[in-house]
Design a protein around this ligand. Sequence first.
Ligand code: ADP
Ligand code: MG
Length: 323
Amino acid sequence: MIRVLSEFELISRYFTRPTTHTLLGVGDDGAIVRVSPGMELVASTDMLVAGTHFQPDCDPEALGWKTLAVNISDIAAMGAQPRWALLAAALPEADEGWIAAYARGFFECASAFGVDLIGGDTTRGPMSFCVSIFGEILPGRALLRSGAMPGDEIWISGAPGRAALGLAHLQGKCALDEAAVGACHAALHRPQPRVALGLSLWGLASAAIDVSDGLLADLGHILEGSGVAATLHLDRLPSEAMRACPGDVALAQRCLLSGGDDYELAFSAPADRHHATAELSSALGLNLSCIGSITGKGAGELTLLDAEDRPISLPRRGFDHFA
Ligand code: ADP
Ligand code: MG
């Protein structure tokens, strides 16, 4: 039997944890934090809606992790240190087991990345979760979408495309190589925000973005934001997605180029910093692939070349809620 909890029991039991760097956390009308001396605040918010971003019958613990992870990813993409989060949750019912598992996943992610949950709102309604997140950064250090320059190289972290393949696999749309199933599902359910990479890109990267809607789509935002054009080389893209789904090359390529939900960082960096960027890869133990370059001024044009340097027509760029 589902034991019914009051809103306040629910908040105090599942969403109140000791904080490590907060003056006043959950429990009053507002939280109080002190920004470290000399630092600026970076703020962002992201919503996860049942049916759109996750299925209502999904694993609540993984969902709790992901709710916070996708928000931390935005702070990482700015090159900032994530610090505080607020959680607004709408739940159709107070199912204690479900909420306990959700909170476990959420706080596991919070601890992993040093984030204090300092407040939120809890209401009954169609299931959705909205996190607001705050990070700190030294003045002038933020990695914007607008800084890419002609001559820069374009890099991507990790192995994009695996989350979309994991989803396609769950939906029965493809078979995956046995060795890759776990990694694809982990990419979908437990994305790893690239905080350490974002913090290390100061002085290297000219622009950065986290890939939530697909590599081409999100890279497109850097190109448009910077007023530049770029060329990508298909054969320089990380090959994990292609290897994960050898039976359907077209689907694997679509996931690699336009699949969302991986939360890798795409960034541009001057070509003369190539070796420093490659060294960062070994220092962080995170694959960084140089996949193309900014070719000149432009309005965001993106050319994709095959192994023989022939242009390939571009697939639909990425996910758009209103397209
Ligand atoms: P108010 O009615 O003044 O908005 P609430 O009753 O909504 O306050 O919330 C009580 C306290 O619990 C507040 O400190 C609020 O920030 C916190 N809170 C509510 N829901 C959550 C949640 N899901 N996670 C974390 N803190 C929450
Ligand atoms: Mg309230």
